[in-house]
Write a protein that binds this ligand. Sequence first.
Ligand code: UFG
Length: 343
Amino acid sequence: MPGRTTVLVTGGAGFIGSHTCVELLDHGYDVVVVDDYSNSSPGALERVAKIAARPPVAVHEIDLLDRRALSRVFDEHHIDAVIHFAAKKAVGESVELPVEYYDTNVGGTTALLRAMHDHGVHRLVFSSSCSIYGNATKVPLTEEDPAGPTNPYATSKWLCEQVLADTCRHLPRLSVLVLRYFNPVGAHPSGLLGEVPRGAVPNNVMPYLARVAAGRLPKLSVFGDDYPTTDGTGVRDYIHVMDVAEGHRVALEHLVGENGMRVFNLGTGQGTSVLELVAAFQRASGTSIPYEITGRRPGDVPALVADPSAVARAWNWTTTRDLTAMCEDVWRFQELNPSGYPN
Ligand code: UFG
């Protein structure tokens, strides 16, 4: 149990950020949140405080690109380590708005690095994505497999990794862990915290499924059944957000006394097709989910599955929550919060 380690969590009100705040508070860390609420809401942080029975020590509503405001956050708090989630993350939108993606994701990361450097903060966990692997020619993927990002969102994450690697080469005190998440889904088992996508129609399959199961959307479109996979639908490595959050807490412990950058996949190693996911969600929710097969979604790849063995070896840590838990927890959150968090 750490003493009073203070962690700055950027994007702390977002889906993965809020679950990670709970995990950190539950394990004795103090948490300072920075969020501009561009794709999140203060309601998530109220739930964080309720679950953890104590709030973050401070919440700053700022944009990371506002360098003065960011610098003031570091002036005000003694920050020991940073977890950087704040970013734009919709693949389709990134194709329409590439400059915004590079500005927010790459610019936000360099602004943060600069503030850390100016204030003598040397420990960082960075949110990366399996999407950097692009059109993988084989699964499961190891961290040594080549990157080949196919859209500006993925490229922005890949560029951040390059910036961090090079900065570590020149600033030997820096200690960085890059975590490449596969497909985070699920919700806190209390049903109080979950994924609340902006807009009427979610982009990602799990929140879409939840709304179909709840009768709020008529049916799921399954994007393609002619991929070279077991049933022809896209295969992904879904990972419970509680495992992702736990992974960040464990990562913090492994930043101490280290320097340089290390990269790890965060996945389960289990591939699940869209139709297998539909079946699992039907079982977990006791509902029937109508779907229809439609054409492939532009930019989609057939299969992305992690080889999670590197992180298991390095940290003696693995994910523990299965697909049933992911679906049950999403369904509980959906039923208890049909319209997301109250305003
Ligand atoms: N899918 C459908 N119907 C839908 C939505 C998705 O069939 O309505 C299929 C997709 O074709 C894909 C699978 O479900 O085969 C997963 O799609 P998602 O949109 O949920 O997720 P992606 O694999 O496209 O991954 C993206 C980003 C990741 C990020 C993930 C979750 O590339 O970095 O969303 O946010 F982790």
